[in-house]
Ligand binder design. Structure first.
Ligand code: SIN
Length: 270
């Protein structure tokens, strides 16, 4: 736990991932407050702010303070929300495509660096979101496997999302499986999500599968996961590069609606 700036309190939520930030009003963020948020997100990968109750425009202003708001490529924007705010609403489980471990837009050449999520309609019980640390996933591997992964690239595609979100085109990107975070210099396992992985470059799918399955199992070990129980007024921000997330659908047919904004860190911060 540390106290920054006199009144802002950043408190770890687990030993390896996540922190709650209190004593901060995201509607009126000072330069010191912004510095504190940037420092905390680099350190903890996901930040929880309670009691914020941000309107979509206020959520967007917070996002713009953190970097450049990214418009979702290939997706039709909701007409009743400001550009950049995406509505994630599910009516029934079959339509729910965020219920798997993933990072957003991993199939794009340049996915967003941060995401900012706020609830608008919550079920009476359940509907948590989980995040895992890809730093910890990498740190836990043996030196031999780390060495092997150093040369590997993987191919990711948007095939599942093309169906679920009505994407107009299939996106595909090839990326190194190990990356260094520009802010911290720490290596992380960049494995995107179970829905997007196709194969490792120069390897068949059959050869790729046992290895990627092993890496996924490391990437969401329970001891490197933070599970968030949503309350009205919450805002959660995460680093989309060094985390995976999973929206748990355990609330039957009740509606749940979230607003998400994607952000690209400005070069000066990256
Ligand atoms: C997401 O996958 O970005 C949304 C997570 C959630 O709805 O909890």
């Amino acid at each position: 736990m540390h106290q920054a700036n006199g009144s802002v309190l950043v408190k770890k939520l687990t030993a390896s991932i996540g922190a709650s930030v209190s004593g901060i009003d995201l509607k009126a963020l000072s330069d010191d407050g912004l510095r504190c948020v940037r420092q905390a997100i680099a350190e903890h990968c996901i930040l929880v702010f309670r009691g914020q109750f941000l309107a979509p425009e206020e959520q967007l202003a917070f996002a713009a303070a953190m970097g450049e708001v990214v418009l979702y490529e290939g997706l039709e924007a909701p007409k009743d929300l400001p550009a950049g705010v995406m509505r994630l609403r599910n009516d029934g489980r079959m339509e729910k495509i965020t219920e798997n471990w993933h990072s957003d837009g991993v199939y794009l050449e340049n996915p967003a660096d941060y995401a900012i999520l706020a609830p608008h309609v919550l079920p009476a019980a359940g509907g948590d979101t989980m995040w895992s640390s890809l730093y910890q996933a990498y740190d836990g591997l043996s030196p031999g496997l780390k060495h092997l992964l150093g040369d590997l690239q993987c191919v990711c595609e948007s095939n599942r999302l093309t169906k679920g979100y009505g994407l107009q085109q299939l996106f595909s990107a090839t990326k190194p499986i190990v990356r260094k975070h520009p802010d911290t210099g720490r290596p992380y396992l960049f494995i995107g999500g179970t829905d997007a992985f196709v194969n490792f470059v120069n390897m068949t799918r059959e050869e790729s599968e046992p290895l990627i399955r092993y890496l996924y199992a490391q990437a969401y070990r329970p001891d490197i996961v933070y599970r968030h129980m949503w309350q009205p007024g919450d805002v959660v921000m995460w680093d989309n590069r060094c985390t995976l997330h999973y929206a748990v659908h355990d609330y039957g047919v009740e509606p749940r609606e979230m607003h998400r904004i994607a952000v690209r860190a400005r070069p000066a911060m990256a």
